[in-house]
Structure formats: C-alpha cells, structure tokens
Design a protein around this ligand. Structure first.
Ligand code: SF4
Length: 260
C-alpha cells in the first residue's frame, strides 16, 4: 500500500520529462563541453549606437544647407503625370523613364487623353522601359479608374492611391509628398541603403525603414527628407563605392566600413 502512494507522488511532481536538450542551467553549470558540442556561431557585430536627436538634426541641417530645395528627378507636368511616371519607374531608372515620358506627356497629360491614346500607342512610347507591356496595361487601367471613381483627379489619400492598378505604397508616398506636400517617406533602394548603412533607421524591409525614418526625422525636415536621402544615396553613399571622403555626414555615420 505504502509503495503505491509513493509512486503516485513521484509521477505528479519532480520528474522531468525526457528531453534531447539538456536544461540550460545544467549546461551552464557543467564544467566541460560534450564531445559532440556544435562549434560556436560567430558573433554578429554589435548594433550601432542609435543616433541622438541632436545628431539627426545636425545631419538634416547639413543636407538643407547644401540643397535647400531638393527636387525629384522624375519629370512630370501635374499630379497625374507624376503618378504615371512613378508607376513607370518601377525597376527602371529615372533617366530612362524621362526619355520615354517627354514625348508621351506631350500628347497625354490627363487620364482622358491617355485613354484616347490607347494601350497599343502607349506601348510604343514606353517600349524602352522594362516591363513596358504590363506597365502600359496598368497606366490605361489606372486612368480609367481615375475617371470612373475620382473625377479624373489623382486622389489625396494613401489608401485611394494604393487602390490604383500598378500603384503601391512607395508610389503613394511619392505622389503624396511631391504633388500634395505631405510628410511621407518613400523608401526606394537608395533610401533603404542609406537608412541601414548609416544606422539612422535600420530595418529589414522598406516599410520598417520608412517607419523608422518617420520616427527620428524632425517634422521641419520631413517635406524634403525623402529627396535628400535619395540624392545622398544616388550620388554620395553609392552602393558599391560610397564616397565617404566627400560625405556631408561622415562623422555621424555609424557604418563600420566607412572609409574615413
Ligand atoms: S560616411 Fe560613407 S557610408 Fe556613411 S553615409 Fe557617408 S558615404 Fe555613406
């Protein structure tokens, strides 16, 4: 009888389930390593120290002093042509888009004129741009939607712009910023690189970098911050060979591989 009671108590309480992994505490206490212990994984380099508000202010003050009114490089005539240019610029250079749109916008600078031009002719104008067949479809579809649902105007909210064929979050941010003066942050490849490399706004994807930049950049700089960062990435903080020696913010940058 006594044996039966003892067996029940043991089963309910202290007995640990069998596990392939030894308990953490036990491993820490153990003096030696097991023979088949895995090799230690190389340590990641430590996270850079976040920028202080004073440093962020200093960096953007320098960008502003150097270029008080930065401009985007996509040529356009109005919010509609800006929207079309941004849609065409996906995986293409601004210069390449401009070469095609100069002639296109001379004949079609409104959704109505674009529909009148038609998809076949539009394809001819933009055939030097990558993915032009799909982009032509999207431009015609978004033009039809602008007329049907927005009175032929480019809408002013992110959700409405994102509802247009071919337009995503980055497109909405560019249009809201450049056409309507909103404090949005469009993250392209350059802004993504600069945000991460400098340590100003680290993130694993464009949305994380966008939100991090919005958090740290003071409102007084937000109207132009997107352009300053793009231009910085395009002409100074180049992907392969950043020009750290002439960089305006090289003393603030956290990149361990900077060359100054
Ligand atoms: S110091 Fe070099 S890596 Fe850092 S932002 Fe300037 S150009 Fe880029």
């Amino acid at each position: 009888m006594a044996k039966i009671i003892r067996a029940k108590r043991v089963k309910k309480s202290r007995v640990q389930p069998l596990s392939k992994k030894p308990a953490k505490a036990a491993v820490q206490k153990s003096a030696g390593k097991p023979a088949n212990a895995p090799k230690p994984v190389a340590k990641k380099s430590p996270k850079p120290k976040p920028w202080t508000p004073a440093e962020v202010h200093e960096a953007f003050s320098r960008f502003r002093n150097a270029n008080p009114e930065p401009k985007g490089e996509l040529e356009h005539l109005n919010p509609y042509t800006l929207l079309v240019a941004v849609v065409l610029s996906a995986q293409a250079t601004d210069a390449g888009v401009n070469r095609a749109t100069r002639a296109l916008f001379a004949v079609a600078d409104t959704p109505q004129k674009m529909l009148a031009l038609g998809e076949d002719s539009l394809r001819d104008y933009i055939k030097t741009i990558g993915l032009y067949r799909n982009k032509a479809k999207n431009v015609i579809a978004l033009s039809a939607k602008l007329i049907a649902e927005f009175g032929g105007e480019v809408p002013r909210t992110r959700a409405e712009i994102e509802s247009l064929p071919g337009a995503g979050r980055k497109t909405a941010n560019v249009v809201l910023n450049m056409a309507y003066g909103e404090h949005t942050m469009a993250v392209d490849t350059h802004v993504f690189r600069v945000g991460n490399r400098t340590g100003l706004a680290p993130g694993n994807n464009p949305l994380e970098v966008e939100l991090a930049l919005e958090k740290v950049i003071p409102s007084e700089f937000m109207l132009h911050a997107h352009h300053w960062l793009i231009l910085h990435g395009r002409y100074t903080c180049l992907a392969r060979k950043p020009r750290c020696d002439v960089c305006l913010i090289n003393d603030l940058c956290r990149w361990p591989e900077k060359t100054v």
